[in-house]
Design a protein around this ligand. Structure first.
Ligand code: S3P
Length: 182
């Protein structure tokens, strides 16, 4: 029987894309689908451009369409959501009824460091000073807690900085969520 989709959720910088891509490389037959990449492919423009040209509302509709399509994929899939995906429409209930949601949890200091390194790709952080990014993280984590807390499972994601850490995290993830009997 085909395994149910695994949805990686969590804040920007939690490591969804890093972990998802590394898992795909280690799991024959599985595919990693990144919702931001799918939205960009369909729209023919970056997420940042979609936000600035069409606004967040349009982005959220496109994100939901990408979510529906990814969940219908014929392969076993790991789906990397955007940080905001669980917080719009009935996305969280949809994911919980279709597959297994796994919340990636990293410390705020880890999120801050990672987001300052890759701020330009995130329209929500546009023009923020480091102190403002820090405040945005703590405010948004409180706002989003109601949705994130509906995750079926949780996984610590601070250790994704080096190839060795990624290897250890993947092994742990696979043992917990993919092959619990091995
Ligand atoms: C967003 C997170 C981003 C992307 C968009 C909005 C958010 O994805 O979907 O910029 O609202 O948290 P990542 O979590 O992959 O950075």
């Amino acid at each position: 029987m085909k395994p149910s989709p695994i949805f990686l959720i969590g804040f920007m910088g939690a490591g969804k894309t890093t972990l998802g891509r590394a898992l795909e490389a280690r799991l024959p037959g599985w595919r990693y689908i990144d919702l931001d990449d799918e939205v960009e492919r369909h729209a023919g423009m970056s997420v940042a451009k979609i936000f600035s040209v069409h606004g967040e509302g349009t982005f959220r509709k496109m994100e939901r369409e990408a979510l529906d399509e990814a969940a219908r994929n014929e392969s076993p899939v790991i789906i990397g959501c955007g940080g905001g995906t669980p917080c719009f429409f009935d996305n969280m209930d949809f994911m919980n009824s279709t597959g297994v949601t796994v919340l990636l949890e990293a410390r705020s200091s880890t999120l801050l460091r990672r987001l300052l390194e890759a701020q330009a790709q995130r329209p929500k952080l546009n023009g923020f000073s480091p102190a403002e990014v820090e405040k945005f993280i703590s405010d948004s984590l409180s706002e989003r807690a109601a949705w994130y807390s509906k995750a079926a499972r949780r996984f610590p994601s601070d250790r994704l900085e080096t190839p060795a850490e990624i290897e250890v995290s993947c092994r742990l993830f696979i043992r917990k969520f993919i092959n619990p009997n091995e």
